[in-house]
Design a protein around this ligand. Structure first.
Ligand code: AMP
Length: 279
């Protein structure tokens, strides 16, 4: 496994790979790797000749009062995990190298302003910009993302379509702890008690899943989900939404494929989770 820090070094490695006709799979991450990330790497390994993992805590996707400065890091452990997972190249650039005198940003309008975009107005601009850069730098044929960040995937798909990127995006299932809590690097911020309390997110989604089979009115389902979240008195709901899986618009009736998504502040961590319901 090779480990490089600069864009030029990545190019020196991937150009010959590309020339020889081999396929490249990219897994973009912010590091502090867990089984969720590893599931993407495994899938990329199965479907490509050459696997690139990027580890980059991207400053442009964090708002002013967010956790950019304290985001968990453990590069040594991440590199070991990548090596064990059969990764060919790890790219872990510095912010200075990625954003030297940077003037160009990509914003996927409309989709970026919904759900998480309401309270994180610059987040998806940062995500789209860094992913566009990573797609170009790695020359990947395929890139792998988790359904955990469902809105991110939908936005990136639209960017790829609108800007004609020659890359295929793959959405991979959410990996959970045994308890049901979706794995996230930010779970590190939670105490054992908070982790247990955070299970209301999963419980409310399970309730939604069972209700979706019979009920067609989203507001009824959302009200039940709210009740479950409120069982933890300090949990603060950012949003609970049932939206069209493609355009993220609220639906009035469950008559198409929907995304049931929520964001809840549980103590020190803002947690997101979701399910996709296909009619
Ligand atoms: P992050 O390092 O949090 O930016 O995540 C990097 C990639 O891993 C994103 O595509 C996430 O959606 C994905 N990911 C994060 N958590 C999970 C999870 N629990 N299951 C599956 N994929 C995940």
């Amino acid at each position: 496994m090779k480990e490089v820090k600069t864009v030029e070094e990545v190019r020196n490695v991937v150009n010959p790979v590309k020339k020889s006709g081999k396929s490249i799979g990219l897994v973009p991450t912010m590091g502090f790797l867990h089984e969720g990330h590893l599931s993407l790497i495994k899938r990329a390994r199965e479907e490509n000749d050459f696997v690139v993992v990027s580890i980059f805590v991207n400053p442009t996707q964090f708002g002013e009062n967010e956790d950019y400065g304290s985001y968990p890091k453990d590069l040594e452990r991440d590199l070991k995990r990548c090596e064990e997972a059969g990764v060919d190249l790890v790219f872990h650039p510095s912010p200075e190298d990625m954003y030297k005198n940077h003037k160009t940003y990509i914003k996927v309008y409309d989709l970026s302003e919904k759900l998480c975009g309401v309270t994180r107005p610059i987040h998806f601009r940062g995500v789209a910009t860094v992913c566009a850069k990573l797609f170009n730098i790695s020359k990947a044929d395929r890139a792998y993302f988790g359904q955990k960040d469902a809105q991110q995937f939908i936005i990136l798909k639209k960017m790829v379509e609108d800007l004609n990127f020659d890359i295929e995006l793959k959405r991979c299932p959410i990996i959970r702890e045994k308890s049901g809590l979706a794995l996230s690097s930010r779970n590190k911020y939670l105490s054992d008690k908070e982790k247990e309390d955070a299970l209301v997110l999963q419980d409310s989604l399970k309730k939604a899943e069972s209700m979706l089979k019979e009920k067609r009115d989203p507001s009824e389902i959302i009200a039940e989900m709210e009740k479950i979240i409120h069982l933890v008195d300090y949990a603060k709901i950012d949003y609970i939404k049932i939206v069209d899986l493609e355009n993220l618009e609220d639906v009035e009736k469950i008559d198409r494929d929907v995304l049931v998504a929520l964001a809840v502040q549980v103590g020190p961590a803002r947690l997101i989770d979701n399910i996709i319901y296909e009619v």
